[in-house]
Design a protein around this ligand. Structure first.
Ligand SMILES: [Zn+2]
Length: 266
């Protein structure tokens, strides 16, 4: 037991040493594909932004190839119905989702790196991109919130990727962000592990609540998540915001796989 622990510790020490050596030898390795990223591909404006927001540069390198692959939909094709599979008696059937990128290519490669590789800095970059797209599309609101992570997953990952995206997005949009509005009333299973509409609706039903300290009456609120699949999680978060008095709720996610387009922009 101790031996295998030592071995694992040793391997992790070697791999972190190798990583640091590689970083020293190739300071501009792309965080997504690992290829050498030309120094000119570093985005100086983003570094300035990180300095202001976090008090330090991002330390992130993305090569030109990965960066140019992050191509958003055309401006008028970024609006969708929140639910991929709308159901009868939905109290908010027209709930809109702003989603600028398809979940494919570089985005599909990078998202698991954020969630399972703990690459928090990539989430920050994606949030800044999301905020930039939204700003260019003149999206306004009174408040931005993010989908909260369960305590267990927070412990496992150490951060909430939705929060990591929402904070820079809110800073770019100039809209206040509040992390203590929504909270999880109970834990849920991963939506991707469940089959069928009914199981997914039941899984998230009543999962979120708004803190009693917040009065959202009449406010326009944007609720953000990283990736959207069926949309049930965002829909449930939006429901909690409406129940707490929000005047209008808009869902936003960086990427997802969607066919059902919203006829009307927000
Ligand atoms: Zn790359």
């Amino acid at each position: 037991m101790t031996g295998s622990y030592m071995l694992r510790g040793g391997v992790s020490l070697v791999s972190s040493f190798l990583k640091e050596t590689l970083n020293y030898m190739f300071p501009g390795c792309c965080a997504i594909c690992g290829r050498l990223a030309d120094a000119s591909d570093r985005f100086s404006q983003y570094e300035d932004f990180c300095e202001k927001l976090y008090g330090h540069p991002s330390g992130l390198h993305i090569c030109g190839k990965c960066l140019s692959s992050l191509a958003p939909y055309e401006s008028d094709s970024r609006w969708f119905l929140c639910l991929s599979n709308p159901y009868k008696d939905d109290p908010f059937p027209g709930l809109a989702l702003y989603m600028p990128l398809a979940y494919e290519g570089v985005t599909k490669r990078a998202m698991p790196m954020i969630k399972f590789g703990k690459r928090r800095e990539i989430a920050g970059l994606f949030g800044a991109l999301l905020g930039t797209f939204m700003k260019n599309d003149s999206i306004c609101a009174d408040l931005i919130v993010s989908v909260p992570l369960s305590e267990a997953r927070m412990k496992e990952r150490g951060f909430n990727q939705a929060y990591e995206m929402a904070v820079p997005a809110a800073a770019i949009l100039g809209i206040p962000y509040a992390g203590d509005v929504l909270y999880r009333e109970r834990n849920t299973s991963r939506q991707t592990e469940l089959k069928g509409n009914n199981a997914r609706i039941a899984n998230v039903s009543g999962a979120f609540k708004v803190s009693e300290e917040w009065d959202l009456t009449g406010l326009t609120v944007i609720v953000m998540d990283d990736v959207v699949t069926t949309g049930f999680t965002l829909h449930e978060a939006a429901t909690a915001l409406y129940e707490a008095g929000a005047g209008k709720v808009l869902c936003a996610a960086f990427a997802g796989n969607r066919q059902v387009k919203n006829a009307e922009p927000y």
